[in-house]
Each structure stands twice: as C-alpha cells, then as structure tokens.
Design a protein around this ligand. Structure first.
Ligand SMILES: [Zn+2]
Ligand SMILES: [Zn+2]
Length: 266
C-alpha cells in the first residue's frame, strides 16, 4: 500500500461493479467540487443524476445513462435488471446482496449524509437530467451587459449589483416547461423524419400546407381569431416540408413565465 495524491490517479481505469459501458467511461477524473469533508474524496459520477455530474460528464464526453425512470423505479435495461421495477431506494438491499454474493462487497453500513428534500412537503428529491429547450443567451452576453449601462436604474445599486451580477454570470436560458398552462412552445416536429419547425407568426401558421385542426379551431385560425393556447393549439397539424407524408405536431412544452414577463410592454 502507498499514499498518493488524487491527481496522480487521473489516468487510471477501473473495473466497474456492473459492466455496462465502453471501457473509456470507467476511469478516474479529477474534479474540484469533490471535498474530503464528507466521505473519502472519491465519488461516483452519474451524469444523469446531478448538475455537477452532468457538467463534468459533458466536459469529459461521458454518456448520460438513465437507470431509473421518472417514477424513481429501476429500469429493466441496461444494467440492474434483477431489481427492475423497484423504487430505487428499496433496491439498495438487493444490490448489496448481489454484490455480496459476487464477493465485491467490502462493508455494509448506514451512513448519514445530506440529501435534497422538497422544502414544502419534505419529499426526498431525485435530480434527473431531461432534455429541455434553451435560448443561447451567452451568445449575446456582451450586448446584454452594454445594454444594462444605458438603463436608468432605481434604486441605482441594482444596476451593477443584483442585475449586473446576473448578467455577468449569465448561463443559457432553459426556457421550456413541461406544464399545461402557459404560452405554448411554437415548435412543431415531424412525426416521421423528426424535422423541427419554429413558427414565427399566426400568418406563417395559417399558410402551412395541409393545415388541419379541430373544426372550430381551424375556422378561428383562418379568421385570425384563434386562441393559441392549449388545448386548441395542440390540435393544429400541417404537412412536413422535408419528407413525404410526415405530419408536423406541436411539441407539448410551454414557455417559462419569464418569457411572458420579458415580452410585456413597459
Ligand atoms: Zn413538494
Ligand atoms: Zn418529415
């Protein structure tokens, strides 16, 4: 045995407990957010289940693999099929038993550690990576900062304080929400070839070939009087311009309420 620094382990590869990925994934990566205040200073990275994990995963080209579904139940594939369908916390013992049987378990004990809970109802939370729509606000960062200089702020300290800080530390805006109420995301996707089409106006939507909707919605659309919210807008389909016979259907997401706030005249 010998003592080494964490950074000396960087190029090492390890044999995973449940082989699932190409070998390049099972390696040691040095990261500055892992401390030795809690635990050993070694942490398993799961890009699908934590913001820091995902950041590091994207940087190091790790795959985002889901082993738990949105109900918190273990998925049948790719690795833990023997506990498939179990709530992930209830699978702990079976997984430890399995490791024990295979001679891979070093010690079994209960460790107290911090964990995220819902602040309203105290339900334990599970971070879960899901696709979302983004506006690349970072591409306009300099203009946003310059624009802030021209704003006459009351009170003055907000300008280079809270608002200025926020612009300086701007990250791309995840602006879609998986909700029912709200301004619908104006993106239609072809159910056959996957082509996306972002609609810029009512006029543009009305001019689409093969436009179809529930009779009342279609009539209102053609008069230019349509209610563009759900559920009406979800009945609107049109022909794909990229493939033969493909139907364009609206993606079900709505927009972040801040999108409406930002579009409000002042
Ligand atoms: Zn809650
Ligand atoms: Zn298509």
């Amino acid at each position: 045995l010998e003592e080494v620094k964490g950074c000396d382990l960087e190029p090492l590869y390890y044999e995973p407990l449940y082989p699932e990925h190409p070998q390049y994934v099972n390696r040691v990566i040095v990261a500055d957010f892992v401390s030795m205040e809690e635990g050993t200073g070694i942490v398993h990275i799961a890009p699908a289940y934590g913001a820091e994990d995902l950041d590091l995963g994207l940087k190091c080209d790790l795959p985002v693999v889901h082993t738990v579904d949105l109900d918190g139940k273990v998925m049948p594939a790719p690795v833990l099929s023997f506990v498939a369908g179990k709530f992930f916390k209830e699978a702990d013992n079976d997984i430890m038993d399995d490791l024990d049987r295979r001679g891979l378990l070093y010690r079994r004990e209960i460790i107290r550690h911090t964990y995220p809970f819902c602040w309203r109802c105290a339900t334990p939370l599970l971070y879960y990576a899901k696709p979302s729509w983004y506006i690349k606000t970072t591409a306009r960062k300099e203009r946003l900062i310059a624009g802030n200089e021209e704003i006459n702020w009351y009170p003055e300290h907000i300008k280079h304080g809270r608002f200025g800080d926020w612009l300086e530390n701007n990250v791309d805006w995840a602006f879609s929400r998986e909700r029912y109420w709200g301004t619908p995301l104006p993106v239609w996707r072809c159910d056959s070839c996957g082509k996306d089409n972002c609609i810029g106006s009512l006029e543009e939507l009305r001019g689409k070939p093969g436009l179809s909707a529930e009779p009342m919605v279609l009539e209102a659309l053609q008069k230019g009087e349509a209610d563009l919210h759900r559920p009406y807008i979800d009945t609107v389909t049109f022909d794909c311009s990229e493939c033969e016979g493909g139907k364009m259907r609206r993606l079900p997401d709505v927009l972040d309420a801040w999108f409406d706030s930002g579009a409000m005249p002042v």
